[in-house]
Design a protein around this ligand. Structure first.
Ligand SMILES: C[S@@+](CC[C@H](N)C(=O)[O-])C[C@H]1O[C@@H](n2cnc3c(N)ncnc32)[C@H](O)[C@@H]1O
Ligand code: SF4
Length: 422
């Protein structure tokens, strides 16, 4: 499936052509690149994606910055070998991840049953000034997507200042449960340079969302936040965690219809991961996906994306599959927790050094080496059960043991994306 209507529209946009020429010129020095490979790669990226136009830019996949932004170019330049930028991009030989998410606080007003951020720890959190320094370092490295997350990031004093401190070399996304978003705050965030907001909504059924989030007003607050974000002109995403038991067509499409009514730009579906409060859940069969659940979900995604009745639908299940890019933990994506520990991903409780003590680039390069390229399927799903059995009193797992786990779980296949230069 190709979004022919939007591809045609892009074809009539002079700025799109300017960017295409810029990219072509940049890749031309690479022996692995030629115009046919370039077209093949573009078609691969566009395949099965609904394209959304926002503020004159085009969101193809939320896992990369929008086409037409400076951040898109930042991403292309973040390669290990500057003489082979095309090959390096395809094989994920990177000098920085595409996205780095910053857990600016662990504090939260909710106690969601699945919360990945919930780990026992009594260290001191980084301050907004610490985060500003980190932002400078990761922008210098060439991180193109900066995510502000938590805990509940709107509980951290100074978060708007932090957003303001990020230059447009990177795209900024904020993840929130929506509780504290007001019309005024949404406006201020937009003015500060925020591009996108991901608001959690785990079901179109109020009682289900509230029960999952253990709060009677969580649903109402999320709905209001979506309205404010839309009004402020932010790229508005609903982030949702759908349990295995809930994966039936009627339920999923009722949810998509509600999201369409709310006029959001995108719905991003996360699969439940054994992390945080779910690390030792004994309801495995009802909650966690198997291969069949993932294919079912990907089928719904593709079906919905063919119709313009629904917002753009994105799933980790598809993006991380062999058919697309694989799991980006520690490669295309990385995470820094509230205490400054560098981690491969929000959901993998392993640490590779602390950014208060060491340069981010140095730590990231070491972590990237240990992770050994994109994997097929979610890395957290492969390793977290093993980590949970270690019976740690505190998370994340230390660097030495994290490296051993990585060594024992190397790359498990080649993605279709990687085959583009094969
Ligand atoms: C950790 S939260 C932080 C932002 C904010 N507090 C919220 O809930 O939206 C970021 C996202 O991760 C999701 N999430 C948390 N724990 C998860 C888990 N174990 N598996 C999958 N997604 C999870 C949340 O539902 C939310 O969409
Ligand atoms: S998922 Fe988000 S809202 Fe829920 S407890 Fe965790 S940090 Fe808070």
């Amino acid at each position: 499936m190709y979004d022919k209507r939007m591809i045609l529209r892009m074809g009539f946009d002079i700025n799109v052509w300017k960017d295409i020429f810029k990219i072509h010129k940049y890749f031309r020095k690479d022996k692995s690149y030629n115009i046919f490979r370039g077209i093949k790669t573009a078609l691969f990226i566009l395949k099965n994606e609904r394209i959304v136009r926002h503020d004159g830019t085009y969101i193809i996949s939320t896992f990369m910055p929008a086409f037409g932004t400076e951040a898109f170019i930042t991403n292309l330049k973040a390669v290990k070998n500057v003489d082979e930028p095309f090959k390096s991009q395809i094989l994920s030989k990177r000098s920085a991840p595409i996205s780095m998410y910053l857990e600016i606080t662990k504090a939260c007003n909710l106690k969601c049953e699945h919360c990945s951020s919930h780990y026992k720890c009594d260290k001191v959190e980084m301050t907004i000034e610490d985060w500003k320094k980190v932002v400078k370092e990761i922008q210098d490295m060439g991180v193109s997507d900066i995510g502000i997350t938590g805990g509940e990031p709107l509980l951290k004093k100074g978060y708007i200042d932090l957003v303001k401190s990020i230059s447009n070399k990177s795209r900024i996304i904020l993840f929130t449960n929506g509780y504290y978003l007001t019309e005024e705050i949404a406006k201020q965030l937009k003015e500060a340079g925020l591009y996108a907001i991901g608001i959690s909504l785990d079901s179109h059924i109020e009682s289900v969302h509230n029960e999952r989030r253990k709060d009677n007003f969580a649903y109402q607050k999320a709905i209001e936040a979506i309205e404010y974000a839309n009004k402020a002109g932010l790229y508005t995403m609903i982030q949702t965690v759908i349990l295995k038991d809930e994966l039936n067509e009627d339920n999923i499409f009722d949810f998509f219809r509600k999201c369409a009514e709310l006029n959001v730009d995108e719905v991003k579906i996360l699969e439940p991961i054994r992390s945080g409060r779910y690390m030792v859940s004994d309801e495995g069969k009802k909650i966690f996906y198997d291969k069949a659940s993932r294919s079912k979900l990907i089928g719904y995604q593709h079906k919905a994306n063919k119709s313009r009745k629904y917002p753009k639908i994105t799933t980790f299940a598809y993006t991380e599959s062999q058919e697309k890019y694989g799991c980006g933990a520690g490669n295309q994506h990385s995470y820094i927790n509230a205490y400054g520990d560098l981690m491969p991903c929000d959901f993998v409780p392993m640490k590779f050094g602390n950014v208060r003590e060491n340069n981010v680039k140095k730590l990231w390069t070491e972590m990237n080496q240990a992770l050994d390229g994109p994997k097929i399927g979610c890395f957290a799903n492969r390793v977290n059960m093993k980590i949970s059995k270690l019976g740690l009193s505190e998370y994340p797992l230390n660097k030495k043991d994290s490296c051993i786990i990585c060594e024992n779980h190397p790359k498990n296949g080649i993605t279709e994306f990687e085959k583009l230069v094969g």
